[in-house]
Every structure is written in C-alpha cells, then in structure tokens.
Design a protein. Structure first.
Lengths: 63, 719
C-alpha cells in the first residue's frame, strides 16, 4: 500500500485526467442513447403504460 | 397463473406523513426566526442558543432532513410497494427506520442549539448522530432492497432506479464526509484539512442536493405525476438517458462551490465543465415531466395536486438552469458570497421540493384515507400563497445580491473603493430582507392551511393500515439475458446488477476529484511561515465554529481586484493546511475575516475593539445586524479540552512538538494573560479562561502568518 501511496502522491499532469473523464462520459452517453433509441416502440408503450395499470386490480378489489 | 393475496403497509406511510406535517411547520417557523434575525437583530434575543449562527443550521437541517426527508420516505414507501407489488420487506425495519429518523431529528436540533457542530454546512451533526444516521440509512436501504428482492413485478420501474441511486449516493457521501476524530461525546475534528476538507465537503454538499433533494424526488415525480394526471410518462427512453447521465455527472460538480478560491485550477475547471453539462439531464427530467401533461392541461386547472407539480417542475427547470450558470466563473464572482445563492436554493427548496411534497400529498392523502379532500378551495389558496411566497422571497434576494455586488466593486474616480466599509452594503440591502420575511410568511401561511386541510381530510376518512392487494408469486431474478432482449430491460430485471452499475456511475466522479486532492502533494503547496494554532487560538477556533460564525463570515479572499483592495492579499492553499475543519464559508452577511489578524488590513481590529463589538455590535456600527455575544465574557474554556484538542491535532498530523499537549495549558494561560493585560489598559476586565479571550486570539491569528511582520520576524530568527 505504501507503494500505491507514493505513486499517487507524485502523479503529474492531473489536469488532463478530467478531460479523460469527459471523454469516458461522452462515449458512454453515445452508447446509451443509441441502444435506447433502438428499442422496439411497442415495448416502450407497454412499459410506459404499466404505471397506470398497476393499481387497477387492487383498486377494483377494494372498491 | 397463480394469484397471491398480500397486504400493503399503509401505516408506515401515514406515520411519515404526520411527521412531515409536524416538522414542516417547525422548520418554517425556525426559518422565519432566521429571516427576522437578519432583518432585526433583536430577534437573536441575546441568548446563545438562539443566535443566528445556531438557528440557521437548525433551519437548513430541519427543512432538508426533517420536512423533506420525512415526505420523501412517505412517498417512497407508498410507491415502492405499488410498483413492485410487494409489502415492505420487514415491519420491524420500517418501525426502526421511522422512530430512528425522528430521534435523529430531535438530537440534531438539541445539539445544534447547544452549539455542538462540526462546522461543515449541511453536515453539521456530530459523530454520534452521524453514526445513528448511517445505521438508520442502512435500515432504510435494507428495507428497500429486501422489498425489491421480494417483488412480484419482473422489471423495476423507473422510480425505483432513482430510489436505489438515492440510497447508494447518500450512503457514499455521508460516510466519506463524516470521517472524523472524536475528542468528546459531541466534539470531533475531520480527518481532512483546508483545501482537501473543502473539496470533500462541497463534493458532499453539492451531492446532498443531488441525492437527497433531487434523485428521490425525480423518482417520486415519475410515480405521482402519471398517477395524478392518469397519463403515462412522456418518454421512457428519455428517462433512461437522463437517469444515467444525471447520476454520473452530478458527482463531478462539487468544486463549483469553490471557484476563485484556494484550490488547484484543474479542480475548478472540472467543476465548471461538468456543472454546465448537468443542464442536459436535468432538463431531460423537467421536459419528461411537463410533456407527460400533454393533453391533460385542463386537469391542471382543476387539480391542486397537478398545479403544485407543475410549479415543482418549473422551479426544477429554473434552478437547474441557474445552477450551471452560477458555475461559470464570471457569474460565480457575483453569485458566490451573496444572497443569490440563498435565492437559488429557496427556488429549488420551496418550488421543487415543496411543490412536489404538496402535490404528492394532495393526491395521496385522499386516496389513502378513501375520502375527498376536505377543501379544494383551501388547497387553491395554498397554491397561490406558496407561489407568491416563493417569488416574494427570491426576487428581493436576487436584487440584494446584484446591489451588494455592484457596491462592493464600485470605485471612485481616484481609484479607491467607493464603499470601503462592508456595512454600507448590508444597510443598502436591508429593505430586501424585510421583503424576504413577507415571502416566507406567505409560504408559512400556505403550509399551515395545507396541514389543516390534511388533518381534516385524514379525520374524515379511514385508513386501511394493511391494504389487500393481489399479484403473481414472487419473481426469481434470472441472470441470463434473453435473445433480443434490450440491455436496459435486462438490467431492470436484475436488480443487483443494476445497483452495481449505479454504484460505479456514482463513485467515478468523486474518486477523480477527491483522491488526487488527498494524495498528490503538488496540489497543496506549503507556506513555511504558516504555523499551527496555539492552544488558545485553537480553543478560539472551536468557539468560532460552535457559534456558527462561518454562516456569515468567510475566510477566503478571491483573487479579484475589489476583494484584494478591500481585504488584502488573496488566500493561498498553504494557509489553511492546519484547518480541521476548513472555515472558508459560503455567504458574507458580514465581511471576510481571512486577514483579521494581519496588522494593517482593513479587518484587523484591536482586542478592546473586538470586546466592545462582541458585547454589542451596534456600539461600533449602529446599522450592524450581527448578534450580540455577551456570553463570551462569562463562559470559560475547560483547559482539559485544550489538551485533548492538541492531542487530536497531533493524531491528525499537525506538527506540534512531541509532548506539547502537556505544556498546552501553560502556553494557553501565558498567551491569554497577554490579551487580558491589553484589555485592562482599555478598562476591560475579563478572565484569561473566558471565551472572549480565546476568540480574540483566534481572530488575531487569521492571516497573521503571511503578514510582513511575521515574515520579517522569521527571517531574523533564521539569521
């Protein structure tokens, strides 16, 4: 662990690391958007409406 | 397919609801007191327990953790059971969660009144309460994750993604920011110091906003808005994109609270970049919410619950546009340390969180208690009182911020500061503080109507504590992905995998920001003349923190001409390397104190001046709004605590000589006697152990180490 601490303590050019973070984000963002847009429309409609249907059974049972 | 009968636990939801109503009233009354104190200092009552420095954290903690926190748990526990079709995992855990949380709130209030504070904004609670929070938070998470595992719905709905992110996010933030060394039952020092402490604290502070005030509420919005409007959410795809983007980006943005301050440039640039990018996912949430109401705006006209939800989403959109703008350095130069930040937080708190709480409750209470709302008219009056209250609160504060900023940076034709005395700016914006009281009062009146309406509705209805429901048997999570199954759908039915991805998305930003700050030595350049605090100065520092002086005074001079001309040399990283905790502050209701010990600076004052000022600030400046601190002359410091504090500092790495703790008391008395003698020459008689002497010693330390006097003395010693 001492080795890791020593190594970490002397990292140079840290200012470019957040740019790497930015690039990681942009990469992941593109992947998520593309994969999301490729989902089937019928599936999406079913998922969206599920929240409205959820309680109907319970409500009708209790009314 | 087999159909099983089970029962929803409504009792726990009711308990959290009642706690919301109670703590909401308490939190807002305390807020009113704070507003009155800022406009008319007589409301500090001359009592240490009621001075603004202690009342302000009680208000913020009560609003965030008591009012909003209880409402959040009520909303989550109701919706979680319905979207997962399962009773909460364990009734005992629910009870421990509820009573434990209320116990924490009461302990928080008592300790903050007593001045037991860590001095870190929104994380003021001392270590025993921190441990209690961790235990209760784990109880909540255990109950929630157990319910997710016991679910009857295969896929976890979008609301639950946000609840999971909330649980994981808050746990990470709370643990990392609360690493502290106890020196007594209600006293501790943080592990980190100065700039490192500042980065950790504002990583926490910013993300407490994210993961306590935003993510759970987005989850609640995704459940209650479609339910209240009876319309599906506008876009499921948008909800995926904005969920992952938002939880990833938020964690990087903390340093925007520290722009122009003593922090490496790369950390500031990181904070600005990611903060600006946050607009996109935040607005994704707002757009998804508002467009859910497409074709249902006629319902908004008639329903108080939908009206409040629209206000909430609008306020969310405003605040999440404003936040990134405030993260731009040129805007931040105006907004930071002024009332702009206060206006911004209240737009978000009163509009977004308040709006969703009211909207959710107006829909939920009649439904749970199976009765119509007691008075729709009263709900509509509440809506207008709250909306006008927000505007009357925030607009004057924006006005005050711009006015103060313009005055602070105004120069005469001769190149001198036009308003060299900070007090001139406070006096100028005083009328705005009166308007703020009016705004707060309207909002409080609305809340009282709301609580009355809720109680009457609850009394006229009946609660089924264990509500019967039916569903398929418990599902089993299958790890294998089906052919053609979209990856996110697969994630939504494998909750453990989902939670692991959430954890990874959350910790990357924090790790990139914090680990280099803690580890890379070049980030914290030392200054050879900066020395640790003497025992007396350290005791004074503890008193400064205990009385919440950081709520009104910063110790951070930004490298802006109008700041260096007013206060002196800008602050350096190396100046605060022994500051456990850092005390840079976030708002200047009074002047900056970073150079209060630098002889010749505008904020340097003699011991007798400080004495008179603490006894009654109005004797020095008739228009001052600072509370009186007469107890400083009466209360004394226990010298046993001084020894313990020095030992704790040594443990944290402050370079006192070996065995110095045993000599600390003698040094304390020696330095205190010098100040007592100085005060005697002005006809003031105080004891060496009085808090007054320690406070004066502390203020005279601030900035002294980099003053020419100290540097000259040091070079003579070396020769």
């Amino acid at each position: 662990m001492g080795f890791v601490g020593k190594l970490m303590g002397n990292v140079q050019n840290i200012q470019i690391y957040y740019i790497l973070g930015l690039l990681i984000f942009i990469g992941l963002f593109i992947v998520i958007v593309v994969r999301t847009l490729r989902m089937k429309k019928s599936d999406i409609v079913a998922i969206k409406t599920s929240i409205i249907d959820l309680d109907e059974q319970t409500e009708s049972m209790n009314s | 397919m087999e159909v099983q009968q089970f029962y929803y636990d409504n009792k726990i939801v009711k308990q959290f609801m009642i706690a919301t109503f109670f703590w909401g009233v308490v939190a807002l009354i305390v807020g009113m007191l704070a507003a009155l104190q800022l406009a008319m200092p007589v409301h500090n009552m001359g009592i240490e327990y009621f001075s603004f420095g202690r009342i302000r954290p009680i208000h913020t903690n009560a609003v965030i953790f008591a009012f909003i926190g209880n409402a959040m748990f009520a909303g989550i526990y109701y919706s979680l059971q319905r979207v997962l079709k399962a009773r909460l995992f364990n009734d005992v855990l629910s009870k421990i969660h509820f009573w434990g949380w209320q116990f924490i709130i009461v302990m928080a209030a008592l300790t903050l009144f007593a001045g037991k504070t860590t001095g870190k904004e929104y994380a003021e609670l001392e270590w025993p309460i921190d441990i209690a929070i961790a235990i209760i938070w784990v109880t909540f998470g255990w109950n929630m994750i157990g319910t997710i595992i016991n679910r009857r719905e295969r896929h976890i709905y979008v609301s639950v993604w946000w609840y999971l992110a909330t649980f994981i996010g808050v746990a990470v933030l709370h643990i990392v920011n609360s690493i502290e060394l106890p020196v007594g039952w209600f006293k501790s020092y943080p592990l980190y110091a100065g700039a490192q402490d500042a980065v950790v604290q504002w990583w926490y502070g910013h993300n407490a906003v994210a993961f306590f005030l935003t993510t759970p509420w987005l989850g609640l919005m995704y459940y209650y808005l479609p339910k209240a409007s009876n319309r599906p959410i506008y876009s499921y795809q948008l909800s995926i994109v904005h969920f992952w983007t938002l939880i990833f980006l938020y964690m990087w943005s903390g340093p925007h609270h520290l722009l122009y301050q003593a922090l490496p440039d790369w950390v500031q640039a990181l904070g600005v970049t990611f903060s600006v990018m946050l607009i996109a996912p935040s607005w994704g949430g707002m757009v998804n919410g508002l467009l859910t109401l497409r074709g249902a705006w006629d319902k908004v006209r008639d329903n108080a619950e939908l009206k409040f939800m629209v206000v909430a989403l609008t306020a969310y959109g405003m605040a999440t546009f404003e936040g990134p703008m405030m993260s731009l350095k040129n805007v931040n130069a105006i907004s930071h340390f002024t009332d702009w930040t206060i206006a911004h937080t209240h737009i978000a708190g009163m509009g977004w969180n308040g709006g969703l709480i009211f909207g959710m409750m107006y829909w939920l209470v009649p439904k749970m208690f199976r009765t119509p709302l007691f008075s729709k008219r009263m709900a509509n009056i509440h809506f207008w009182l709250a909306t006008l209250g927000i505007l009357l609160f925030a607009i004057p504060l924006y006005w005050a911020a711009i006015t103060q900023w313009l005055m602070l940076r105004e120069y005469t034709a001769n190149g001198m500061l036009a308003h060299p005395i900070f007090m001139e700016t406070t006096a100028q914006i005083h009328p705005m503080y009166m308007f703020r009281i009016l705004g707060g009062l309207l909002y409080l009146l609305g809340l009282l109507l709301f609580v009355f309406n809720m109680i009457k509705t609850i009394k006229s209805g009946s609660l089924e504590a264990n509500e019967a429901a039916q569903g398929s048997p418990r599902i089993k999570e299958l790890a294998a992905r089906k052919e053609g199954e979209p990856y996110h759908r697969y994630l939504e039915r494998t909750s453990v995998r989902f939670a692991i991805f959430v954890f990874i998305a959350l910790v990357i930003g924090g790790a990139v920001e914090i680990i280099p700050m803690l580890k890379i030595e070049s980030n914290i350049p030392k200054i050879s003349t900066v020395t640790p605090y003497s025992p007396l100065e350290l005791a004074g520092r503890d008193i400064y923190i205990s009385n919440g002086c950081y709520n009104c005074h910063s110790q951070q001079i930004r490298p802006l001409r109008w700041e260096t001309d007013r206060y002196g040399e800008y602050s350096k990283i190396g100046e605060s390397v022994y500051d456990h905790p850092f005390q840079w502050g976030s708002r200047r209701t009074g002047p900056d104190l970073a150079r209060a010990g630098y002889v010749g600076s505008s904020t340097y004052k003699t011991a007798s001046w400080h004495f008179t000022h603490f006894m009654n600030p109005r004797d020095m400046y008739p228009q001052s709004i600072m509370p009186k601190y007469p107890w400083f002359a009466v209360n004394t410091v226990d010298l046993k605590d001084v020894k313990r504090s020095i030992e704790a500092m040594q443990t944290l790495g402050v370079p006192y000589p070996k065995g110095y703790a045993d000599k600390a008391s003698a040094d304390y008395i020696k330095q205190a006697t010098g100040i007592v003698n100085e005060l005697k020459q002005s006809g003031v008689d105080v004891k060496p152990a009085s808090e007054m002497v320690a406070m004066i010693a502390y203020l005279h330390k601030l900035g002294r180490d980099i003053s020419p006097e100290t540097i000259e003395k040091l070079s003579k010693t070396k020769k």
